[in-house]
Design a protein around this ligand. Sequence first.
Ligand SMILES: NC(=O)c1ccc[n+]([C@@H]2O[C@H](COP(=O)([O-])OP(=O)(O)OC[C@H]3O[C@@H](n4cnc5c(N)ncnc54)[C@H](OP(=O)(O)O)[C@@H]3O)[C@@H](O)[C@H]2O)c1
Length: 269
Amino acid sequence: MNATLGVIGGGVMGEALISRLLAEQKFTPDTIWVSDPQASRRHYLQQTYGLQTTDDNQAVAAEADILLLAVKPQVLDTVADSLSSDVLSGTPLLLSILAGVPLDRLTRRFPGWSVIRAMPNTPATVGAGMTALALGRDISPEHQQQARLVFESVGEVIEVPETLMDAVTALSGSGPGYMALVIEALADGGVAAGLPRATALQLAIQTVKGTAELLQQTNWHPGVLKDRVTSPGGTTIAGVAELEAAGLRSALIEAVGAAYRRSRELGQS
Ligand SMILES: NC(=O)c1ccc[n+]([C@@H]2O[C@H](COP(=O)([O-])OP(=O)(O)OC[C@H]3O[C@@H](n4cnc5c(N)ncnc54)[C@H](OP(=O)(O)O)[C@@H]3O)[C@@H](O)[C@H]2O)c1
């Protein structure tokens, strides 16, 4: 991309995006600047990726056409306060991945900038993420394209109105936590049925991953797949009947609902 990328906060998510953007040659190392307070972190990023690193947020923001804000949400004001009014009156594209921080707060802290709020999830760290984007006001098609390109480097991207961000957080943001429980429980079931632990975990992970890929590639409704794998009087329908009796579906629906309500509460606090 013919632009300079600044990253404020070179932690887990900042590195995930940087590593994929470089691997896919969307940026070259000389066009990426990262600021982070930890000297050891800066040294690691510089040595691993050949980037420019600094502890000076101002220097990074001044260089950037696209500025990725990848700090914890509670550090937002510290970061904004560390930027001079000169930098704040520029017009770069700000991409914020700060969970729960709304566009209007970002726009107040970075007046004049094009602001896009993004909600990636943890599988982004291995390039299998799901990111939802909520565009601020008056975003140009070029900035919209640049934002998509950045987050497509770590997985799939959708655009939603900001009012849906709490629902996105409750499903794809928190979903890896739900799926980790499902996989662990499946493996426990395998162990109870006599499988060695490592074998059970391998079977559980690949089964969940393979099922998701099958649904994605075929576009089948999940109910179609369930019907295809439940033969009359067979093993799968016996297992499905237990899951229904235990309320698996309503537990997952309620989990997303609880996470949605919590996300709204946190956004208002
Ligand atoms: N990880 C995920 O899966 C995920 C998913 C969706 C959204 N997010 C969002 O992504 C953001 C970053 O999460 P993360 O998991 O990458 O966190 P992280 O690993 O803690 O990274 C944040 C980095 O920012 C640095 N930092 C702290 N204060 C700073 C300052 N004033 N200026 C510049 N850098 C500063 C931190 O350094 P210190 O360690 O020294 O404080 C750390 O290296 C969060 O807002 C989170 O809500 C993360």
